[in-house]
Design a protein around this ligand. Sequence first.
Ligand SMILES: [Zn+2]
Length: 300
Amino acid sequence: MVSMQFSEKFADKKWQASSQLTEEHVMPYRSWDPSGKRALVLAPHADDETFGCGGTIALHAASGDPVMVVVLTDGARGNISRRHSDAEYIRMRRDEAREACRILGAADPVFWEFADRSLWGEIPRARGKLMEILEDFRPERIYAPSILEYHPDHRAAAALLLTFMGDVSSDLEIAFWEINQPLCVNSLVDISPVLSQKEAAIRVYKTQLEELDYADHILSLNRFRAMTLPPPATHAEGFSLWPAHGIRRWLSHLDASRKPPCMHGYTGLYERQLPFLDVHYGVEPSVAGICASIHRFFVK
Ligand SMILES: [Zn+2]
């Protein structure tokens, strides 16, 4: 039965069309210049802004673009080894975030201080705060976690952002970064010129490096992402970049079928992420729940 389903799927004309695509259709071979936009960065925890898009932040800042970093939670649950009291640990993480942003050239971060690992339940309150920022700061691009991240706060941050897609300008760009879960990226930023800044910013997060060698993991991912870029690029940050109107279209498909639409190949911006969902996550109740939650907030 399973083999029959597969053979039917591969015999489908849509899959035949995919087979005609070359490497350049499915993976960027040139670096994307992110500069020239007012950038808002949503970091569920202090460190995510640096791990996910620290090099890109530095490039924005070097170009004179306003960059606003918002740290959504207090990060207290990262205090696994209990070397510090919770209050001390929260204070240390805030100081680390300030120093990391200074190194990257961004303004002092804003701290919302929602309790760590509670963001799903805080989406209604967080909506009000994000609405104020959208009105006051007027970002032209937002960097955020994708809904494929495995940390619940990361997925909640993605859901929070997606609830606004009905209210924002069609031209607003959303760049989903990757930390917990690699994406089918459609945009690569060569961060080699600012690599030393990113590494220095990562090293600031001593509370996190005590738990795990994030510098090695994150910079290894960045190294891998440079595989398709020409020399002298050595490190890159990958993004799934969508215009708001593309996300609206995707959400309308969710509304109709509660599952991602059937893809015609990797030809568009959002199609490049959705086959990943379809193949690996399309029938998983956890992601179906996420999608339903996003939709519930979206239509309110
Ligand atoms: Zn995080």
